[in-house]
Each structure stands twice: as structure tokens, then as C-alpha cells.
Design a protein around this ligand. Structure first.
Ligand SMILES: [Zn+2]
Length: 63
């Protein structure tokens, strides 16, 4: 699995491209949540983006 593929590539605030030169996006796990810590060098926004992976089949409940 290529986790880097899922890293946020754009700032959620200003939409600037985030890469190693213009910002930081790192990934870590907390329980069943994958958390991306993002810092945008363009606007200064920093925060965590949480992606919840649910290991549930087609009968998953409503969102
Ligand atoms: Zn930004």
C-alpha cells in the first residue's frame, strides 16, 4: 500500500499545492484513524486532517 498517495496535496484553506518545498504533510495513525498533519507555507494554515477508515462491508450505516 502506498500511503503517500493519500497525503493531502492542497491546502484546505487557500488551495495552494503542498509539497516538501511549500509546506508539510505528514501522516500518523491514532487507533483506526489516519491523521494528516498539514502545514501550508503559503497562508500559514496548520492543522490535522482526519480520515476515518471503516472496515465495514456493503451494509454500512448511513453517513
Ligand atoms: Zn494555505
Amino acid at each position: 500500500m502506498n500511503h503517500l498517495h493519500d497525503l493531502p496535496r492542497h491546502c484546505p484553506d487557500c488551495g495552494a499545492v503542498i509539497d516538501n518545498e511549500s509546506g508539510i504533510a505528514t501522516e500518523y495513525w491514532q487507533a483506526d484513524r489516519r491523521i494528516y498533519h498539514v502545514w501550508c507555507g503559503s497562508c500559514g494554515w496548520a492543522g490535522d486532517i482526519v480520515r476515518v477508515r471503516r472496515m465495514i462491508g456493503p451494509d454500512s450505516p448511513d453517513d
